[in-house]
Design a protein around this ligand. Structure first.
Ligand code: AKG
Ligand code: MN
Length: 200
């Protein structure tokens, strides 16, 4: 395992071994059984290309009224608990003692992407966001705290864990594209990214 630092992002390459990736994947599948993935509508009225669901006290949601955290899935059921194998990763790398209260699960199928954005719907930016990548490689782009300016990109692979904290907590980031079927973890292809957050 190597640790890269890019604009304050701490990138732990190959942090999760294959076996752990599989147990995290099983945990994600169990969450998606109670809380199925859906395509959130952007406030601009276009569905996002990334499909999402969440677990924890809060889940991320978006529609015409904007981006926000909500305490139930759009189908009305409370979000499932964050499974232990996912909490273990936060405990090991976040550097904080408070537990996360949201794990956003993003599923990128072929052609899905996520534009440059800041994670800024949480109450307190002293808490880091921890990101876990599974499945196909994704081209992760890192910008600046303010909009515009230069960016740097790197490929995130299955098992990579990124800690976005400190000076990097409000840095713009996004996923330009995935290399569909570049990993064998998901037999049908696709990329899963988990972000663990402290919301309230
Ligand atoms: O998919 C990724 O690597 C990043 C996801 C992300 O930035 C988010 O969900 O806010
Ligand atoms: Mn983000």
């Amino acid at each position: 395992m190597t640790v890269l630092r890019l604009r304050g992002f701490e990138i732990r390459k190959q942090y999760l071994n294959k076996e752990t990736q599989k147990s995290v994947l099983d945990a994600v599948r169990a969450v998606a059984e109670t809380a199925p993935v859906f395509s959130p509508m952007t406030p601009y009225g276009k569905p996002m290309s990334v499909r999402m669901t969440s677990c924890g006290k809060f889940g991320w949601f978006s529609d015409r009224s904007g981006y926000r955290y909500v305490s139930a899935h759009p189908n009305g059921t409370p979000w499932p608990r964050i499974p232990a194998p996912i909490l273990d990763i936060w405990e090991a790398v976040s550097g904080v003692t408070r537990a996360p209260d949201c794990c956003l699960i993003n599923f990128y199928g072929e052609g899905a992407r996520m534009g440059l954005h800041q994670d800024k719907d949480e109450a307190d930016f002293q808490w880091p966001v921890v990101s876990v990548s599974l499945g196909d490689e994704g081209l992760f782009r890192i910008g600046q705290r303010t909009r515009g300016g230069t960016t740097e990109s790197l490929w995130l692979q299955s098992g990579d864990v990124v800690v976005m904290g400190g000076e990097a907590r409000l840095t713009h980031h996004g996923v330009d594209r995935i290399k569909f079927k570049s990993s064998s973890l998901l037999p049908k292809g696709g990329r899963i990214n988990l972000t663990l957050r402290v919301v309230d």
